[in-house]
Design a protein around this ligand. Structure first.
Ligand code: SOE
Length: 380
């Protein structure tokens, strides 16, 4: 059995999530390869040493440049702030490594474009950490659409809400400004729900958006939006409407100032033969209503996902699928793509480029007040 060595760049929150997922992924499914957690890299030596020891990595290092070209490394996994993604990814691709990159792929679609072209030329496998689409209930919605059981999509309404803005208030943190790599609520969490929508409905082709930053102070509302742009601030909340290439329409909201919402990725999808609801906070529940029901049975039913559903792990429904399981599913797909060339259902750099083009259009529309067209993806 082939062994794939991983170098992970970044020992923070995502470094931890990926480490747990790498440990679980190869022992919970037949992948045709084992995964060796070879080197954890963080520019802070104390973080690198302690994270590597705790999370089961063979070695630690502080300079990714000294690591990514090594012969025993097959996969470079980038968990750094987004403004570093392009440089690290291009170096890894040049060294012939497969690249897993956290989202957003970068904050600029022009950089993402370069990454896509480089990866294609080198023939390496890529994937981006749009993890929520791998939830069995979300993948089941996609299967029902593919099989025609939901009919034609009409309308998607998606939100991703957190309350982190109330508590992460240090104005000097890198996430606070665009120029230091912040993606805003739109790019950081809104991009996840855009990925889910495109996974289910295909390309978004135009958007109209509002983005806002919150002023400091409990009783303050949004700033004037010119201040957000002029002062290089990230957005803390936004809303946008869109049209999909299929003619379906969509509405989206993302906010870091949504009290009580810890990590609420939610969507509703209306289609010609039925409708689906999904809430990450009840992620095992697939809620579906079919048009063609006896009149005394019309309404939503709740199906608890299990091994009958795509990527389900437990035959007994109700045991629960958590953040680590869903993260492990994404690495199972990534490893299968490397070993078997199986490309199905994965958010590659190509998909992530299109999500970034949507996010760039959202930002431009918020600035100009106009509808902005989004180029068609290379999948289309
Ligand atoms: C933001 O708070 C964040 O950590 C995102 O960056 C992740 O992508 C999301 O999955 C959880 O929330």
């Amino acid at each position: 059995v082939r062994e794939l060595g991983v170098a992970i760049i970044g020992g923070g929150f995502m470094g931890q999530a990926h480490s747990l997922a790498y440990a679980v992924a190869p022992i919970s499914a037949e992948l045709g390869a084992t995964v060796r957690r070879a080197v954890l890299v963080d520019n802070d030596p104390a973080v690198a040493e302690s994270a590597a020891a705790r999370l089961g990595w063979d070695e630690w290092a502080t300079d990714w440049r000294e690591v990514i070209g090594r012969d025993d490394i097959d996969i470079v996994d980038i968990c750094t702030p987004p403004q570093l993604h392009e440089e690290i990814a291009l170096a890894a691709i040049a060294a012939g490594k497969h690249v897993f990159c956290e989202k957003p792929i970068t904050n600029l679609s022009a950089e993402a474009r370069v990454m896509v072209d480089a990866a294609r030329e080198a023939g390496v496998v890529t994937q981006v950490g749009f993890n929520y689409r791998h939830t069995p209930a979300v993948a089941f919605a996609r299967r029902l659409l593919d099989e025609g059981r939901l009919g034609v999509p009409l309308q998607f309404r998606g939100t991703y809400l957190q309350e982190t803005g109330f508590y992460n208030t240090d104005p000097n943190r890198w996430r606070a400004r665009k120029s230091t790599g912040g993606s805003g609520a739109s790019g950081d969490i809104g991009s996840h729900v855009v990925d889910v929508s495109e996974y289910l409905l295909g390309d978004i082709v135009r958007v109209s958006a509002l983005l806002r930053s919150k002023a400091a102070g409990a009783d303050s509302g949004w700033r004037d939006d010119g201040e957000r742009v002029g002062e290089d601030l990230i957005d803390d909340g936004g809303a946008w409407i869109c049209e999909f290439a299929s003619g379906a329409i969509g509405t989206f909201a993302a906010s870091s100032y949504a009290s009580g919402r810890k990590n609420r990725l939610f969507f509703e999808l209306d289609a010609s033969r039925g409708a689906v609801e999904f809430d990450w906070n009840s992620r095992e529940e697939f809620r579906v209503s079919y048009v063609d029901e006896d009149s005394d049975h019309r309404g939503f039913r709740t199906v608890h996902t299990n091994t009958e559903h795509p990527d389900g792990w437990w035959r007994l429904a109700g045991l629960g699928m958590g953040y680590v399981e869903v993260s492990a599913i994404q690495f199972q797909k990534f490893v299968r793509a490397i070993v078997q060339g199986d490309d199905a259902m994965r958010p590659t750099f190509v998909h992530a480029l299109h999500v970034q083009q949507v996010m760039d259009a959202v930002a431009e529309s918020a600035r100009t007040g106009s509808w902005v067209d989004v180029p068609r993806s290379e999948q289309a």
